[in-house]
Design a protein around this ligand. Sequence first.
Ligand code: HAM
Length: 430
Amino acid sequence: MGQKIQAVKGMNDLLPVAQKDFKLTAALWQAFEDVVASWTRSYGYRQIRTPIVEQTGLFVRSIGEETDVIGKEMYTFPDSNDKLSLSLRPEGTASCLRAVVEHNLLYNNPQKLWYMGPMFRRERPQKGRYRQFHQVGVEALGFEGPDVDAELISMSAELWNRLGIRQHLTLEINSLGNKQERAAHRTALVAYLQKHEAILDDDSKRRMHTNPLRVLDTKNPALQPMLKDVPRLIDFLGIESLNHYQTLKEMLDGLNIAYVENPRLVRGLDYYNQTVFEWTTDKLGAQATVCGGGRYNGLIEELGGKSAPSIGFALGIERLLLLVQEFGHLAVNDVPDIYVLHHGVGTSLTAMQQAALLRSAGLNLYVHCGDQTLKAQLRKADNSGAAFALIIGEQEQVNRTITLKNLRTHEQQTVEAESVLQLIQDWKNT
Ligand code: HAM
């Protein structure tokens, strides 16, 4: 026997049943995808699907060389001719914009788009953090805002409502201002950090020069007191940025969406400006951010398109479903309505024919395959979760009848084959 090969660390199988260390099932996932399809449709967003592999340069240019995602976490490999570097996508915004620019979708036409699929980051795996994880992303391209900023945030809140987890999520918002405002703040921030260089950890020392805003993100408790008096970006915002932010907050108030202003919220990707936001929870341990996004007004131009102000967000499906599974509601239906049993010569064919008839009436049937005693088959029917068992034995075969058993009440009745659908309806109605 050959040696077993295991899945790559941090990459999960989705099975029909829960696993010991990964409780999400494929049926729960499918039910979530159905909710996503109707939720995005109800806001007029249309789906886009892009390849999982892109040229590495796309991600470097949009996400930023100094970010952890580009610096440490990408799965990058040369194409066969060695001339091209390719990467598994670490997020969906860059690919979405690449496709929009390539196919000129924004020509006289703003776009509201959504996508869903696997993303890849070589992070240290733990609960809620994986190397292959999945996102649903929503992007509104060609809109100045702040109305669309408010729409997007309320759209995310509506999804939490539909999944029954709104009370477990907190919305944090901030404004990063525009490029010039950020540059002025950066100068002041670096000067402040240099004054405190002696107490900075290695990570913060490095970031002070490469990406000083990210120092504000540090979880190091020793640095928190120093961060209290750090120059605040909000104090560097001009009138236009402040108005944008103020109007967004008023609209959120008007939509009854509670938020916490977090002046240190900066996000881990470099393309953001103006509005940024995150939804966090205290129910998932360290991996608290379920959804994050913001404005990226210059990115489309950066990727060779005509400038178009834009905003979007992405949610992590695994984190969200871990929350839904424990605290929310999502109807999962992967059990058959009817389990079909058969016993005796020629009965398996009759069972399949009968099942085909009932399927065309919209029922879901699991037909037993193979030879087993009726008792063993009934045990399987009970374990299947089906409400009814349909039994075709030799007697039934000869008489062109069917025995229907209600697996909940154990009531059993033999009727003519033509009447079985009616009997099922009657029993369902009682
Ligand atoms: P992000 O914050 O990097 O943003 O990722 C969005 C969400 O993906 C996170 O809030 C988290 O729930 C989930 N996520 C990220 N990394 C992992 C991981 N290793 N394991 C499990 N879940 C993870 C973006 O990706 C932006 N593209 C969002 C965006 C769209 N901004 C504008 N438009």
